[in-house]
Design a protein. Structure first.
Ligand SMILES: [Zn+2]
Length: 362
């Protein structure tokens, strides 16, 4: 068993402002990676710029990161970091900005690396340090060594390596207040997916299960009144996403994430929704093949599997996708020799994956 999460995690109101010294301890030249608007709208980017200015740090902002970031965009950002001789890359935003920062840190350290080399881990010994400023509650990327990217064939593929752990992650739950409602829900069910998939994964350990079940229990409480969260509850929601991040940093995810990727790639379904739509089937599968662990999960989270199923169906935003037999059959090769599916408890065959798709999308 191994538990190794070398991240200086700091959470609280005004945490970016209060961490200016710590941020500046990583250098004097920074590249900030963010999306077009949300990190600006929630105030996180302003807070970060002010913190850097207060320490007389030089920085540039690259704001071309989009949902499901493309490898070539990360490479462009990495080259910019290299050209400006950045000491450190800071991702500001949701999972996309944070994951892009991790990949850009690799390209910054190896500007001649291409996509093939990135996925082959032909990396230098050290990559640039990454700081994460999370502005959503879902990804958990703040505490994972994983970066999920979109490759040149429009497929979501992740890289995972200890060199990708952020050196510092900052979370201020006030940034969540400006998130659109459906996005808040999609992020929250992503956190639930991380916790639930991790708890039942073949790779689970007592420590990962402690985080996974705690995160799921907190989410179960908060899902009842997501539209009227207090400041304290908003921070609990953020922390639940972090618990999920700790859990999957140990275990990885299982079939809901593996199966959800096509919904994002082909139908632009938000990542959390795309995974969570498979959670009821995942829980049913877990209950049938590892009933004792399922009873343990129910006890720890205070909800039975039928309760969880009803709750998840209520809070997961609608997918709006229907699939024909031919479309489903075309997806089958994805579910063969798939690492996420292989972490699913018991045996989950491509035939079962196809049946699951028919049940949900027909
Ligand atoms: Zn996820």
């Amino acid at each position: 068993m191994r538990f190794y999460v070398p991240v200086d995690l700091r959470v609280g109101a005004d945490i970016v402002h209060d961490s200016a010294d710590r941020i500046a301890s990583f250098g004097s030249r920074f590249l900030l990676l963010t999306g077009a608007s949300s990190a600006k709208a929630c105030g996180a980017l302003d807070d970060l710029c002010r913190a850097l200015e207060s320490k007389n740090c030089f920085f540039r902002v690259y704001d071309r990161i989009r949902q499901n970031p493309a490898v070539n965009v990360c490479k462009e950002a990495g080259l910019l970091a290299s050209q400006m001789q950045a000491d450190c890359i800071i991702g500001v935003g949701g999972g996309s900005a944070l994951d892009a920062a991790k990949a850009a840190a690799v390209f910054a350290a190896a500007p001649s690396l291409d996509e093939k080399g990135l996925y082959a881990y032909s990396w230098p010994k050290a990559v640039l340090p990454v700081i994460c400023v999370g502005t959503t509650a879902g990804t958990g990327s703040e505490v994972t060594p994983v970066s999920v990217l979109t490759d040149s064939e429009s497929r979501k593929r992740s890289i995972r390596d200890d060199r990708l752990y952020p050196v510092l992650s900052l979370g201020d739950a006030r940034y969540l207040t400006s998130l659109p409602r459906s996005f808040l829900y999609s992020c929250a069910v992503d956190a639930a997916a991380h916790c639930i998939e991790s708890f039942f994964a073949k790779t689970a350990t007592p420590i990962s299960r402690m985080f996974a079940s705690r995160g799921a229990a907190v989410l179960a409480q908060l899902f009842g009144h997501m539209d009227s969260l207090s400041d304290d509850e908003r921070e609990q929601l953020y922390l639940a996403s972090i618990y999920g991040g700790y859990a999957i940093s140990v275990t990885g995810t299982a079939f809901p994430h593996a199966m959800g990727y096509f919904l994002t790639e082909q139908y632009s379904v938000a990542h959390g929704t795309a995974c969570a739509v498979f959670l009821p089937a995942f829980l049913r599968h877990a209950a049938s093949c590892i009933p004792r662990d399922t009873a343990d999960f129910e006890k720890r989270t205070g909800l039975t599997v039928p309760d969880w199923t009803a709750l998840l169906r209520r809070v997961t935003p609608p997918c709006g996708v229907t699939l024909t037999d031919t479309q489903i059959e075309a997806l089958r090769p994805r579910f063969v020799r798939n690492s996420g599916i292989s972490r699913t408890p018991g045996v989950f065959t491509d035939a079962e994956a196809v049946e699951t798709l028919k049940e949900i999308f027909q």
